[in-house]
Design a protein around this ligand. Structure first.
Ligand code: SAM
Length: 175
């Protein structure tokens, strides 16, 4: 996948959040070709962009404000960075076993922006394996009471192609 444009939903949520909150640290988890990283870097935010695929990282790693990290998010190692990022972005990636590790990246009063495919997407194409599809309203069940859901959507998106997705903004309110 090499969509140049960032997700409209992510852009809208980032705009809402950055209007009201001081944002210094951002991570784009499973960033791919970095469409969200590059969007944020162009807005002068410093972004840590993580992916396993070095060839994808290479395409944008030398851009100003980007720190790229080639890392396997699915190894079973302990992640040493915790409670650090004001914004954590995850788009079109799901590996349930590391969901808690991703939550741990979010700093108190920071935000997790998660957007990916969910059950119902099989009608429209790939991914169609249940490992890669969120269950109905599943995102809400993957957080604990240290987070509150600020925005939730599940339904059709039309761009870049028709898909059935789920997305939320969850704010960490406690450590
Ligand atoms: C569908 S792409 C989404 C890329 C980006 N978030 C976007 O929306 O454009 C999924 C990305 O997850 C990365 N990925 C898959 N498994 C990974 C792993 N174990 N560790 C790190 N990245 C991984 C892939 O290399 C790929 O770039």
């Amino acid at each position: 996948m090499n969509n140049i444009n960032p997700s409209d939903w992510i852009v809208n949520q980032v705009e809402l959040i950055t209007k009201k909150n001081e944002i210094n640290t951002i991570i784009d988890v499973a960033c791919g070709f970095g469409r969200h990283s590059v969007y944020l870097a162009n807005k002068n935010y410093k972004v840590v962009s993580v992916d396993l695929d070095f060839d994808k990282l290479k395409t944008f790693a030398d851009k100003k404000n980007i720190i790229s990290v080639c890392f396997d998010l699915e190894n079973e190692d302990y992640w040493t960075v915790k409670n650090y990022f004001d914004i954590v972005i995850v788009v079109n990636y799901l590996h349930r076993r590391n969901f808690n590790k991703i939550l741990n990246l979010v700093k108190k009063n920071g935000f997790l922006l998660y957007e990916t495919f969910c059950v119902g997407n099989e009608k429209y194409g790939k991914p169609n394996r249940k490992d890669y599809l969120l269950k109905n309203e599943e995102l809400k069940t993957l957080i604990d009471n240290k987070f509150i859901v600020k925005n939730f959507y599940q339904g059709i998106v039309k761009i870049p192609t028709v898909a059935y997705k789920q997305m939320f903004v969850a704010k960490r309110v406690a450590i």
